[in-house]
Design a protein around this ligand. Structure first.
Ligand SMILES: [Zn+2]
Length: 137
């Protein structure tokens, strides 16, 4: 067995049963990177310390053997951020299509809907909750 595969195997053995990198880990790693870069750029010891703290949190979560707890944290992180990601993606889509479509929300379930501009007035049934309402475009 050559040196590299021995290193790889011992690394695999070392990481067995540990959490590794998850979505929250990527988030803390990248925010740590950005904050510590900002800290050295602005010569702010507080930001550098914060960046270091985020690295330590990332490392701790990566090497943690309490996978159940780490998975819980990751799920919480995902559920907290998914709403923001959806809203952001919807905003981008709206900006791209605002000339062609009129965007509005279903008055009952607040789902974002769209209608081609120039269609005039129309009765619309929400595809999500089935609520019918009148809409102008
Ligand atoms: Zn609806």
């Amino acid at each position: 067995m050559n040196f590299l595969s021995r290193v790889r195997e011992s690394l695999v053995r070392f990481m067995q049963g540990r959490n590794g990198v998850d979505n929250l880990g990527m988030c803390t790693l990248f925010s740590g990177l950005i904050i510590s870069l900002l800290g050295s750029f602005l010569r702010s010891p507080l930001l550098s310390f914060l960046g270091l703290a985020l690295y330590i949190v990332t490392l701790f979560r990566m090497l943690s053997r309490n996978r159940e707890k780490r998975m819980q944290e990751n799920r919480k992180y995902l559920s907290l951020t998914s709403g923001w990601k959806t809203r952001f993606n919807q905003f981008v889509k709206r900006q791209q299509n605002r000339k062609e479509y009129k965007f509005f929300k279903c008055p009952k379930c607040k789902t974002l809907l769209r209608m081609k501009k120039g269609t005039g007035e129309k009765d619309i049934t929400c595809p999500k909750c089935g609520h019918s309402f009148h809409q102008k475009a």
